[in-house]
Ligand binder design. Sequence first.
Ligand SMILES: Cc1cc2nc3c(=O)[nH]c(=O)nc-3n(C[C@H](O)[C@H](O)[C@H](O)COP(=O)(O)OP(=O)(O)OC[C@H]3O[C@@H](n4cnc5c(N)ncnc54)[C@H](O)[C@@H]3O)c2cc1C
Ligand SMILES: Cc1cc2nc3c(=O)[nH]c(=O)nc-3n(C[C@H](O)[C@H](O)[C@H](O)COP(=O)(O)O)c2cc1C
Length: 767
Amino acid sequence: MKIACIGAGPAGLYFAISMKLRDSAHEIEVFERNAPGVTFGWGVVFSDQTVENLAANDPKSAKIIADEFAHWDDIEVHIHGETITSSGHGFIGIGRKRLLEILQNRARELGVGLHFNAECDPADPKWNDYDLVIASDGANSRFRDAYADAFGVDIDVRRNKFVWLGTPKVFDAFTFAFEKTEHGWIWAHAYRFAPDCSTFIVECDEETWRGFGFDTMDQAEAIAACERLFAKYLDGHKLMSNAAHLRGSAAWLNFRRIKCERWSSGNVILLGDAAHTAHFSIGSGTKLALEDAIKLAEVLNRKGLSLEAAMDEYVAERNLEVLKLQNSARNSTEWFETLDRYLNFEPLQFAYSLLTRSQRISHENLRLRDREWLEGVERWFWKRATDGRSNKTAPPMFAPFRMRALQVENRITVSPMAMYSATDGTPNDFHFVHYGERAMGGAGLVFTEMTCVSPEARISPGCTGMWNDEHVAAWKRIVDFVHSNSKAKICLQLGHSGGKGSTRVGWEGNDVPLDDGNWPVMSASDVAWSPVNQKPRPMTRADMDMVRDQFAAAVRMGLEAGFDMVELHAAHGYLLSSFLTPLQNRRTDEYGGSLENRLRYPLEVFAAMRAAWPSDRPMSVRISATDWAGENGITPDEAVEIGEAFAREGADLIDVSAGQTWADAQPTYGRMFQTPFSDKIRNEGRLATMAVGNIYEPDHANSILAAGRADLVALARPHLIDPFWTLRAAAALDYRDIHIPPQYLNGMSQLARNLKRDAEAAAALRV
Ligand SMILES: Cc1cc2nc3c(=O)[nH]c(=O)nc-3n(C[C@H](O)[C@H](O)[C@H](O)COP(=O)(O)OP(=O)(O)OC[C@H]3O[C@@H](n4cnc5c(N)ncnc54)[C@H](O)[C@@H]3O)c2cc1C
Ligand SMILES: Cc1cc2nc3c(=O)[nH]c(=O)nc-3n(C[C@H](O)[C@H](O)[C@H](O)COP(=O)(O)O)c2cc1C
């Protein structure tokens, strides 16, 4: 094939090399606008995995690169005058200039034509003479932008400013230095990439940047200002720019997150940063570019594949990897953009939060990297959780948590789950066994399913209720069992289904109306959940009074039944949620419109419940922190305000769920996908939160808790299939100080023994 590569960055050069290695008959030319040796940036970091991939693809260049790598193990975080050092991180880095030099030499050796000082214009007809034009022209790709519609380009310009500098100061550790100034916080990411040189990226938000006047300074002034700001880390060394061709503030950039729906159009294929970028704080942009190049060369040389089929394979094989990396990169970008949230953390937790920011590194990864440091974090966590009384070194999920006079034994909760198995609202033997078993399974707190305050408040005829004496007696039997046979506390979730009521039991069709016997439903407005659901009656003031009083009466019955805690269900599109979300609430009175108005009725209900509930017992509220409908629905910022409003009325915990408020919502699922909302509400609103949503491993829970992303962690589906999830986690983590029902002691010790043996065998295999 006759191929042109636009741009001699890592992507273009390595693709040319990889193609030639597979078939030396390919005619490949690389066109670069700059002179050789002129490039932006300083060092780049790699992972071991990338090095292995390079070695498998081209052992020769991989060896030269690997021989020149700078290695370092430690990460140092400087914050509030303290330095937190953790080890075992195993980084490798190389200068960008040197990397490109090695790749240029290798490309030449393999017969690739290299043309420097060659600006390429996408409109030039000469590109039609090539079988393929590889647009490896970087994040600002002209070739991509020329056919933006064909590629489905999506660019998100992020808010922080950064500048990529170098310094002869040799940093022995990967260094994050956070400095508080009169204009706000500014920080540096610094790492060594050669025996005599380090990368030094300075980052801050736009306000701080303007406060310093970086927008009007020339490069020399900006560098001098950064030298003064970071003097104590530089030991008298200079900072240097190699973007001298950029004038003044242009050397400062805003990171541009680039995604493309399609990676090829006609004979043009996007590669590397031109197709997708990953924020510099996860150090994976060059990795993406190189691994793209390897895969593209591989599919293009597969025998018997048409170009179209090769591209399909390329996308199929790379898409997931790119998505995963861009997800991690987004988490990391957002961490630095929302730094304010974490600045009140103690330095140790701040460092933990920084290290786990992308969600790629977890609690157990940190234990493998630096056990001693991680155990220091665990001791710190336990000390805080017990007001200094405990010196325990143990996983955070087993630490107690206090809300008012209630102490829960550990941080794992059984999330509310409708069982649709009651008759006329009365819980029966199924519920007795179900809740009893989950309480014995070790969770610190068990939530009931949404228990409805009236017959009409039910989602389905199978929902549990709390509106008569029979219900009180049946719930009391369950609560008494939980209290006398476990250490778990039990929380009654109360709710009203609103416009999503009068439907079948879950497994016969979610949100599908009954075949017969439907009851009339009401909601904030007359917005039907879907075309097949009833149009609800907008609530009148009299309806509101009635329902408020039903909630308060149910709370009093909950007290009689002996519950430890009560939760108001104001999420998932049910009655109270229908007031909160602007998608369902179309009212024009004082209960609709502004957030203050939309909150009015849910807060009134909450206040009535709080008044009926003893002041020494806690209450929580479950909210949907987003409607997954962009700016048309509840935004995460509004969710913080919602949490704060309930906290002012006496909520001790915000149970942060998301979605299910609008049938056409577009949720983004994934591991721990709702936890970022809990993080936001907890750390911007300074509120206690519970995270929920696709959290299924003890490692997830420990990472969330130690990083301060939530105070409690709720698991729903994992508890459906394994009531003993918490005890099983205790066995796996070799944590002994948890209540085990005495009848089950033998089973627990056997499990712990077996898991320990398996872990030792796995560790031996790794060695
Ligand atoms: C501050 C910062 C720090 C980073 N740190 C790291 C890190 O630690 N690790 C890591 O892996 N990645 C890092 N990256 C990302 C990394 O630099 C890129 O992801 C990587 O360079 C992408 O390679 P590429 O070949 O796709 O694009 P580029 O390296 O941008 O190469 C594109 C080339 O095309 C040339 N070009 C553009 N337009 C034309 C044209 N019209 N005609 C001719 N030539 C053209 C350009 O001059 C350039 O040489 C960082 C990026 C930044 C901004
Ligand atoms: C069968 C089932 C029933 C549920 N019923 C309720 C409920 O009654 N009240 C509630 O707030 N959430 C309910 N949920 C949502 C869960 O509490 C939880 O938020 C959701 O399943 C995500 O957690 P997971 O990924 O751990 O399952 C239910 C979930 C399931 C799977």
